[in-house]
Design a protein around this ligand. Structure first.
Ligand code: NAD
Length: 453
């Protein structure tokens, strides 16, 4: 211990105390928002030997977790139950207990509001909850995806209003989540993590705590760089997906299969990364986060043309799919109106149960408006959830995936390429299959029934 680390009264400064707690894995980790990001983080920290307190405003989720049930399919309930039994993880809705946590990690939603501007109300509300019990020696890290400057302008002032000083009394950082739900190869613990702190001490403490739980920590010079890094990653995906979606439309007109083109292009060992077209963008990140940056750009009199254009192309995809479907049905002398159409997959991507922003909802909406007789099957989504933007969709439950069900449809639309689907079986029994994901690539029999869009 150097003399500068000990104050005149012999008490260690709070950052040194917190560093020691982290080093000994005695720091309590408080995770706010027990969703698709928060729960995997709890898993990573508990696996590293830390005790976690989990906070969520949704009492029903807290009760489920307390009963040892994970409400997210790819997060194993028995492992959660064991963590709770062993008191390594305690979920609660009581935010007054935030003072018990040494490191507080915020994983709350960051949606867009009705005018497609950032809705920071969850982050701001959480900051206020933390401020109510903020104490010396706490580290606060924001993980929710947001535009650069949010931590400094929406979290810091709320915490400073307590009279405590950032960098001396408490510590603040931003570290973006890179969760890829359902990806069997990458989970919180083996995904490198970018960390940017308010100051030197905040950066050190945040890097230190994450370094116990994740494979690699990349320290950047500021919270803003860390925030901007996440938006770059998501914008990169949105723009590249838009590019292949646009090429899909053109190549299709030219009679060229875009998926075959991409498979050929990705044999280039450098300078090309494969992205795949689909029926539209889905999920909580890619369709939303880039627009946080667009909003910020507007505040500075700048534009984000790539983001706007990508948004336009990707948003148009469900309409394109329906128009292609209309053409294929037309070839069979059938109108959409009155045709029985089954959507296979309403989760936004394969093998998960998350329907947020899924293009399947837009497909259902457009097809419903054109008079189709709709149904769906999704092994991961037994009941069609009510979605804010789709209040008029009828209540639906996932239909049994049988030969009779498939055969009874005028067209089966593969909207999500879940691995559990037997694509040979689908093509064998359906009259017409519209494949938006190239999921039937390896189907050998009945290929004349398959159309792509
Ligand atoms: N899902 C992903 O794959 C993913 C990946 C990377 C980043 N992100 C980002 O991470 C953040 C969280 O996303 P998510 O998918 O985990 O969302 P989620 O909706 O699954 O979980 C968020 C949880 O926060 C809770 N919550 C809301 N307000 C709260 C409050 N004031 N206090 C406590 N709990 C509160 C909600 O009840 C919910 O359980 C978002 O910013 C998102 O963009 C998500």
């Amino acid at each position: 211990m150097t003399p500068s680390q000990v104050s005149a009264d012999g008490v260690l400064p709070v950052h040194t105390q917190l560093a020691a707690l982290i080093e000994k894995k005695q720091a309590v980790i408080g995770v706010i928002g027990l969703g698709y990001v928060g729960l995997p983080l709890v898993r990573a920290f508990t696996a590293a030997g830390f005790r976690c307190l989990g906070f969520d405003v949704d009492q029903a989720k807290v009760d489920k977790l307390k009963a040892g049930q994970s409400y997210i399919k790819h997060i194993d309930s028995s492992a959660m139950a064991q963590l709770i039994r062993e008191k390594k993880f305690e979920p609660t809705a009581d935010t007054t207990r935030l003072s018990e946590a040494d490191c507080i990690i915020i994983c709350v939603p960051t949606p867009l509001n009705s005018s497609r501007d950032p809705d920071l109300s969850y982050i701001e509300g959480t900051a206020r909850s933390i401020a109510r019990s903020l104490r010396r020696g706490q580290l606060v890290v924001l993980e929710s995806t947001t535009h650069p400057t949010t931590t400094r302008t929406s979290v810091l002032p709320v915490l400073e209003a307590t009279g405590l000083k950032c960098g001396t009394d408490y510590f603040l950082a931003f570290s973006p989540e890179r969760e890829d739900p359902g990806n069997p190869h990458f989970q919180a613990a083996n995904i490198p993590k970018v960390v940017g702190g308010f100051d030197e001490r905040s950066s050190e403490l945040a890097c230190s705590v994450y370094s116990h739980a994740v494979v690699k920590v990349i320290r950047v010079s500021s919270m803003e760089v860390a925030e901007a890094c996440k938006i770059l990653e998501n914008t990169y995906r949105a723009v590249n997906i838009a590019l292949v979606n646009e090429l899909k439309v053109l190549y299709d007109k030219l009679g060229i299969d875009v998926w075959e083109v991409i498979d050929a292009a990705k044999t280039k060992p450098f300078g090309f990364q494969a992205f795949y077209p689909g029926p539209g963008l889905g999920g909580h990140c890619i369709p939303i986060d880039p627009f946080y940056l667009s909003w910020l750009a507007r505040q500075h009199g700048e534009q984000t043309r790539f983001i706007e254009l990508a948004g336009e192309i990707n948003t148009h995809m469900p309409e394109y799919v329906v128009n292609r479907l209309a053409e294929f049905l037309n070839q069979q002398r059938k109108p959409i109106n009155g045709s029985r159409i089954a959507i296979l997959g309403v989760a936004y991507k394969k093998d998960i149960d998350d329907p947020r922003e899924s293009p399947s909802f837009e497909l259902l909406k457009i097809l419903g408006a054109r008079g189709a007789v709709l149904s769906y099957n999704d092994p991961h989504v037994p009941v069609l959830p009510r979605m804010r933007h789709y209040p008029d969709l009828p209540a639906m439950t996932s239909q049994e995936f049988t030969a009779d069900y498939l055969a009874a449809q005028d067209c089966v639309v593969i909207a999500t390429d879940h691995s559990s689907y037997d694509y040979e079986f689908i093509v064998q029994h359906a009259t017409l299959v519209l494949d938006t994901r190239n999921a039937t690539k390896n189907v050998t029999r009945g290929r004349d029934k398959i159309r792509k869009a």
